[in-house]
Each structure stands twice: as structure tokens, then as C-alpha cells.
Ligand binder design. Structure first.
Ligand code: 6CS
Ligand code: FE
Length: 328
């Protein structure tokens, strides 16, 4: 007799929105799988669903990675790739995905023990990169990222089984009150908002520019916000925000003259490997959700001496990115 495993986190149906209590731990194991965070930091992450670590990377390291993102932004070969997502209105690049495969410096950053060991400790296992991206949010043009749970998308559209993944966001520019800082709802990771509306095929072709499915309803958002408010991650460049895959977050548009450029890596537990997407959806492309390349991230023994591109020669072999019309 075939048994169908009922989905704990049903979403994207024609049923009304609903709020479901989280059925997964936040910290896996007892936080002893790696030794990166203190007991106090772990407790804060478990309570809030995120942790801000100010000044985790030095100004030099942060500047070198910002220069590297700027190089990718200016490279016509990269702009021609699907990995480069354009703003919904205008021509500026909104995000560059799979940056850990397009840049040796970023390939090194995702292995930096200051970030990957936090993920290994919280997720209680070895981890691999489910997704990486640079959200550029350029001055004047950077549009908002409306409220959402990443897990809601990764569960429905990528088939990620459980809440055993997290995002690590390195602020490459100061995130201020004026340039659209990342905002999170403390405690929201403990509730899963089931969203109404069936996902169209190839949804990613619009959702990465402006999300229209998997958008939580205002009543549910109000309930989460009324519970413990909203916190804006206003911090200097070099700071890092770790946030749980289900923490409700978003950011306003950037009409300031200054960019708000953040580098993201999504670490998923090797014990939480995505299956098929739900509802018969086609798997999203590799540059958005890793399927072929799920090798566990091997932490560097120590933090690199520098992230200046000249210093990271000899890194992991980067996949030759295929693009028409430009030399490899
Ligand atoms: O669909 C995704 O995977 C992406 N969408 C959002 C709004 N955040 C996570 C991720 O970059
Ligand atoms: Fe997100």
C-alpha cells in the first residue's frame, strides 16, 4: 500500500491563507556540531530567527568583495547570463545569482569559517550551497523585496522538505534608514504562513524581479508584526545577518543616491536535500536552486588573508559560464 506523506507546510493552493505552527527545530542538535557562536548568540538566534553580527568582516575584506561584485555587475558577459536579473522597471541589475560559481573570491567567502561554521552549528550537519546571490539594490532604482518567507518558496518551488536551511547576508555597503535595509520580523520563524494562489509554471522568470505568488496576506503579516514588531538591520558594511529560512523578511525600495548591496549565501543541511517541486512544477534552474552541485562546503582552515581578487587565484575551478557572443 503506497503511503502518501502529508505535507506539513501546505501552501500555494486555492484554500484561504492560514498560519501553521513550525514543526521543526531552529537549532539542530544541541548547537555542538561546530563551535562558532556562543550560547548567548545561539539563544538569540533561536528566539528571534536571526542574528546580526556587526563588523564580522573588516573594511578591507568587505571593500574587496564589493569591488568583485562591481566587476561582475560591469561585465557584459555576466549581464548576458540568466544569473543576472534585471529590475522590474528599468535596466539596472537587481540580483546576480550563483555568484559563488562566477567569482573565485565569493567561492572562497562561502567557505570562510566565520560564516559556514555558523551554518554548520545551527543546522547541526554539513551544509551545501542551495543558492547564492548579490542583491545590488542600486541607488534611485533598487526596487523593494516585499515581505516573504524564503522557505515557503524553496518548499513549494524547489521541493525543500523541512526548515533546516539559513541565509547569511554580508552587508557590502552600509545599510541605513535611507537605502532600503533588510527588515525582519522577530519570532516570525515559528509560524508558517500558507499562501493562497496556484504557482504558474516558470514562475521564477517573474518572481525574482517582483514576487506575486507565495506573498503572505496582510492579515497574517499584521499578526506576525503585532507579535514582536519589525527590526531593520541598519549596520555598517562588513556586518553579517544570519536568518532562518522561515523568518519573515523584506526590504523597501532604495530611492537614496547610495546603493544597498548585500551578498547572500543560502546554506542547506545535507540532510535536507530538496526532492521534486510541488504540484508537478518543473525544477527551477541550477543557478537558483542547486541540484547538480550539492557538495558539502569544506570550511577553510582559517579566514583568507585577503579577498582581493589577485589574492584568490587558484581557487575552486569556476564553471566556465556559458554565454553567447563573448569569449570564455
Ligand atoms: O525565490 C528565491 O529563491 C528568492 N526569492 C526571494 C524573494 N528571496 C530568496 C531568494 O532569493
Ligand atoms: Fe528572501
Amino acid at each position: 500500500m503506497s503511503t502518501t506523506v502529508s505535507d506539513v507546510y501546505v501552501s500555494r493552493t486555492d484554500r484561504d491563507a492560514a498560519i501553521v505552527a513550525r514543526q521543526d527545530p531552529v537549532i539542530y542538535g544541541n548547537g555542538a556540531y561546530a563551535d562558532a557562536l556562543s550560547g548567548e548568540q545561539l539563544a538569540a538566534y533561536e528566539r528571534d530567527g536571526f542574528l546580526l553580527m556587526r563588523g564580522l568582516f573588516s573594511p578591507d575584506e568587505t571593500r574587496d568583495l564589493l569591488v568583485e561584485v562591481g566587476r561582475m555587475r560591469a561585465d557584459p558577459a555576466i549581464r548576458a547570463l540568466d544569473e543576472a536579473v534585471i529590475e522590474p522597471r528599468g535596466r539596472a541589475i537587481r540580483s546576480i545569482f550563483r555568484v559563488h560559481r562566477l567569482s573565485g573570491a565569493v567561492a572562497r567567502w562561502v567557505r570562510d569559517p566565520r560564516v559556514v561554521n555558523v551554518a554548520r552549528q545551527i543546522l547541526g550537519s554539513e551544509v551545501y550551497v542551495h543558492q547564492s546571490r548579490a542583491n545590488l539594490k542600486p541607488g534611485f532604482e533598487g526596487k523593494e523585496f516585499y515581505w516573504h518567507s524564503d522557505f515557503e518558496t524553496w518548499h513549494v518551488e524547489d521541493g525543500m522538505p523541512r526548515m533546516r536551511a539559513l541565509s547569511c547576508s554580508l552587508l557590502l555597503t552600509d545599510n541605513t534608514a535611507c537605502n532600503g535595509p533588510l527588515m525582519l520580523m522577530p519570532g516570525s520563524h515559528q509560524q508558517f504562513i500558507s499562501c493562497r494562489g496556484q504557482t504558474p509554471h516558470n514562475n521564477y522568470q517573474t518572481s525574482l524581479r517582483q514576487q506575486e505568488y507565495g506573498v503572505p496576506d496582510p492579515v497574517s503579516l499584521r499578526l506576525l508584526a503585532d507579535s514582536r514588531g519589525v527590526e531593520a538591520m541598519m549596520a555598517d558594511a562588513g556586518s553579517v545577518v544570519f536568518f532562518d529560512c522561515n523568518t519573515m523578511h523584506g526590504s523597501s525600495g532604495n530611492i537614496s543616491p547610495l546603493p544597498r548591496t548585500n551578498l547572500f549565501v543560502v546554506y542547506n543541511s545535507v540532510d535536507n536535500v530538496p526532492r521534486d517541486p510541488q504540484y508537478g512544477l518543473e525544477p527551477r534552474p541550477e543557478y537558483i536552486a542547486a541540484r547538480a552541485s550539492r557538495a558539502p562546503v569544506v570550511p577553510l582552515g582559517t579566514a583568507p588573508a585577503s579577498y582581493a581578487v589577485s589574492s584568490v587565484a587558484g581557487d575552486e575551478p569556476l564553471e566556465e559560464f556559458s554565454c553567447t557572443g563573448f569569449p570564455r
